[in-house]
Design a protein around this ligand. Structure first.
Ligand SMILES: *Cc1c(COP(=O)(O)O)cnc(C)c1O
Length: 228
């Protein structure tokens, strides 16, 4: 895990992203405090993450359970207020670690996974908040529930008594993400879900204009990644 940027750049970038979030919120007539920055630290080591923690960043996103397990228990000891989000695909055989490690699981996308999570929640009595990931662009290679099956997926996850608080999406890499962001916000509204996780380094102001409550920003803070 290489950390490309000098640590002072990470602090500078974090401040700049926060300012852009504030600007985008104001431009959309929204309260900047209604938007949470999820700092995506995947592929970056603890040395790169610490300066962000010391600068007051609390919410972080990781996309691999195994990687999070190697980095976050030690960081959490020093920064107990941390809120950790899983933003990558979750296999059912990793559910035990995921429930133990994460405060929010953003990638619940199929009934089998919802069921496995529910069983683990029952077993350990720890109930992370969950988002349903939606394959908003109906891309065959992408994870996420089909947009036409989202309401049903939410119903199933609620029947399993998961704490479903919102929706998450990654729009297609090509084309205008705005219609996809608006579609996700509409799905959340009609299901009474408050949390809308959308927008990454390239498009988070657009996502904020469309109603994002959580933006997941990695490379604009930590620099380019070698993989992931
Ligand atoms: C990596 C990742 C991000 C952050 O992407 P950047 O373009 O580096 O901001 C956001 N969401 C998910 C699901 C990711 O995997």
């Amino acid at each position: 895990m290489l950390s490309g940027l000098p640590l002072s750049d990470i602090i500078h970038n974090l401040a700049a992203v926060k300012q852009h979030i504030t600007d985008a919120a104001r431009a959309a007539g929204r309260d900047p405090a209604a938007i949470t920055l999820v700092a995506v630290s995947k592929t970056h080591d603890s040395a790169a993450i610490r300066p962000a923690l010391e600068a007051g960043q609390i919410v972080f996103g990781e996309n691999r359970v195994q990687e999070a397990k190697t980095k976050w228990p030690a960081l959490r000891q020093d920064f107990p207020a941390v809120e950790l989000h899983l933003i990558g695909p979750l296999q059912t055989n990793k559910v035990r670690d995921a429930v133990a490690l994460f405060d929010v699981i953003e990638t619940v996308d199929r009934p089998k996974l919802a069921r496995a999570l529910a069983e683990e929640v029952q077993r350990v009595g720890r109930n992370p908040r969950c988002l349903i990931q939606v394959n908003i662009g109906r891309e065959p290679q992408k994870a996420g529930a089909d947009p036409d099956a989202v309401d049903q997926m939410i119903r199933i996850a609620r029947e399993y008594q998961l704490d479903i608080t919102g929706l998450m999406c990654i729009p297609p890499a090509e084309g205008d993400p705005a219609p996809h962001f608006r579609a996700l916000a509409e799905m959340a509204a009609r299901n009474g879900l408050a949390v809308i996780s959308m927008g990454m380094s390239g498009d988070y102001p657009t996502a904020i204009a469309a109603g994002a409550t959580h933006v997941r920003v990695g490379s604009a803070i930590f620099g380019a990644r070698d993989y992931g």
